[in-house]
Design a protein around this ligand. Structure first.
Ligand SMILES: Cc1ncc(COP(=O)(O)O)c(C=O)c1O
Length: 466
């Protein structure tokens, strides 16, 4: 430690030097961070030795649970054997080759080819670059626009942040070239227009896509990107048949469908990937990250279909190459970690465990609907959103300054449970090894914490209509 930092605590050094993502620094300057020192299974422990139940798997990513010795061994062994090779051109490493073959086995249909990056944002960026290149190769350089959705979250690189449709993330940042990215409505059943049942709402959303294509011209649109279940936008499960019908419209207009399975993939909904298994469509491009290595090491993967591969694999000019890539594309250590992660998931049948226990989590949480500020409890398997409202009948949200979910988060933390506040929604996305007793614990903790928050907000005159 340099003399400059001697005698300063971890907490101070972090507060003064680490620019944390998505953080309100006016509060941070006072409160700083909670230092997490240890983690095992579904529990994390802070620097004061206090244990917490992790109901968010870090950040939707620690799917096999924390602190697996086998993961440490796999990473160590790969570092000692061969930690890095140059992926550009014709050099490769064994874990990258093995992982690519394995992913093509697990992925839907003809998604047999993988481009690696270091996370979900970069993997989404690569999806768009590949879509653009694909159409350029077919002699259609004008097919560039991307359709995304309001409240979709696709990451934080410049392009992925622009794909993202969450309003609060835009303030103060510039937009990428005007007219490049267009946002359609979120598929939000809780806030569907008055008088539309699920099937009519689905028709409404499909028609919106058709109109937008008509307006922009199919010849100008490269791709539509969507999460199978919207995550950071509030855990929104789309109407039955929505994704399949959206895919059909895209296919009819020669528009690629990019499934952002960064959160939904790798067992969170009880399947390796859900596009085909739960929603009955085959994307042209599938994006994976997070659970692919269970957060033990950064990795992103963009899978493309045979049809796309055939086009992008042709040189664009004589001697030309696919001019995109990262120093860490197909990093040997990251790929070795992903392979071990998959081996553990297969051996322990973690997808089967989630299929069995996912309904338990939602069932346990149903009781929250009785509380005066809970408007909706929704989700699928180990991906849940609890939406807080100031007025149930009118589904009115709390103003952002109220920090409704943040208040619940703090109370849960005091009770030894970490949940995730996102606007007015409390998000749960536990490690997939979560057991029935953990589901009960989080339901009880939330019930008590939301009840107290409701009482506090009522006294402040912020709850009405009940
Ligand atoms: C659906 C989705 N896509 C992309 C990303 C971005 O991934 P990363 O933070 O690894 O870049 C996230 C992150 O939460 C996500 O939820």
């Amino acid at each position: 430690m340099s003399t400059k930092h001697r005698d300063r605590s971890i907490w101070e050094m972090d507060r003064d030097h680490f620019i944390h993502p998505y953080t309100d620094f006016s509060v941070f300057a006072e409160e700083g961070s909670q230092v997490i020192r240890q983690a095992s299974g579904v529990t994390v422990t802070d620097d004061k030795g206090r244990d917490y139940l992790d109901t968010i798997a870090g950040l939707w990513c620690v799917n096999i649970g924390h602190g697996r010795e086998e993961m440490a061994d796999a990473i160590r062994e790969q570092v000692l054997q061969m930690q890095y090779d140059n992926p550009f051109g014709h050099s490769t490493n064994e874990p990258a080759a093995l992982l690519s073959a394995k992913l093509s086995e697990l992925a839907p249909g003809s998604l047999n080819h993988v481009f690696y990056s270091t996370g979900g944002s970069t993997a989404n960026d690569m999806a768009v670059r590949l879509a653009h290149f694909y159409f350029a190769q077919r002699g259609m350089p004008n097919k560039k626009k991307i359709l995304s959705r309001v409240d979709g979250y696709h990451g934080s690189t410049y392009f992925a942040a622009n794909l993202t449709g969450i309003h609060g993330t835009k303030i103060g940042f510039n937009r990428i070239a005007e007219d490049m990215i267009h946002h359609l409505s979120a598929a939000n059943l809780y806030r569907a227009p008055e008088g539309l049942d699920e099937s009519a709402y689905c028709d409404f959303l499909i028609e919106e896509l058709e109109h937008r294509i008509e307006q922009l011209g199919a010849d100008n649109i490269a791709a539509f990107i969507a999460e199978p279940v919207m995550g950071a936008g509030g855990v929104l499960v789309a109407p039955v048949d929505y994704h399949r019908r959206m895919k059909d419209v895209c296919a009819a207009n020669d528009i690629l469908f990019i499934a952002d399975e960064v959160v939904t993939g790798f067992g969170r909904l009880g399947e390796w990937f859900v596009s085909d298994r739960l929603y009955d469509y085959e994307p042209d491009i599938l994006v994976s990250a997070k659970g692919i290595s269970s957060g033990y090491i950064p990795l992103g993967a963009t899978l493309v279909s045979d049809r796309i591969y055939e086009e992008i694999a042709r040189p664009q000019v004589e001697g030309g190459s696919l001019s995109m890539g990262f120093t860490y594309s197909g990093h040997a250590v990251a790929c070795a970690a992903a392979l071990k992660n998959i081996e553990i998931m297969e051996r322990e049948d973690i997808c089967g465990h989630v299929r069995e226990n996912g309904p338990t989590l939602l069932r346990e949480l149903e009781v929250l609907r009785d509380l005066p500020i809970v408007g909706d409890v929704r989700g699928s398997h180990y991906m849940v959103g609890i939406e807080l409202v100031s007025n149930k009948q009118r589904k009115l949200g709390f103003d952002a300054v109220v920090g409704s979910a943040q208040r619940v988060f703090k109370r849960c933390l005091n009770r030894g449970v970490i949940v995730r506040p996102v606007g007015n929604v409390i998000v749960l996305s536990p490690p997939l090894v979560f057991q029935a007793e953990h589901c009960r614990q989080v339901a009880t903790t939330l019930y008590d914490s939301i009840s107290e928050t409701a009482a506090e907000l009522r006294v402040a005159g912020l709850v009405n209509g009940d």
